[in-house]
Design a protein around this ligand. Structure first.
Ligand code: SF4
Ligand code: SF4
Length: 77
């Protein structure tokens, strides 16, 4: 079986079409224990500010619109 050693995309991807941060939502930012998510003040959308993730999942689970997708590395599944 081939070994996958690198992920193809960022750990956390925000679907900006679904994100309602411009309406005041900060749920994913608030639940992240590492404080790696933030709201872009210009676009008014959530984004991954620091590339450091524990894959603990509350950001994806708690987002009211399903905008957060956490890409768990293959080797951690
Ligand atoms: S929880 Fe979802 S809708 Fe709210 S700011 Fe985060 S990505 Fe956007
Ligand atoms: S999976 Fe956990 S550490 Fe990673 S962004 Fe979401 S809440 Fe933060």
């Amino acid at each position: 079986m081939p070994i996958i050693t690198e992920s193809k995309s960022a750990a956390v991807v925000i679907d900006e079409a679904k994100c309602i941060a411009e309406k005041g939502c900060t749920v994913c930012v608030d639940v992240c224990p590492l404080d790696i998510l933030a709201i872009d003040e210009g676009r008014r959308k959530a984004y991954m500010k620091y590339d450091e993730c524990w894959y603990c999942m509350p950001c994806e689970a708690d987002c009211p619109t399903g905008a957060v997708k956490v890409n768990i590395p293959y080797l951690l599944r």
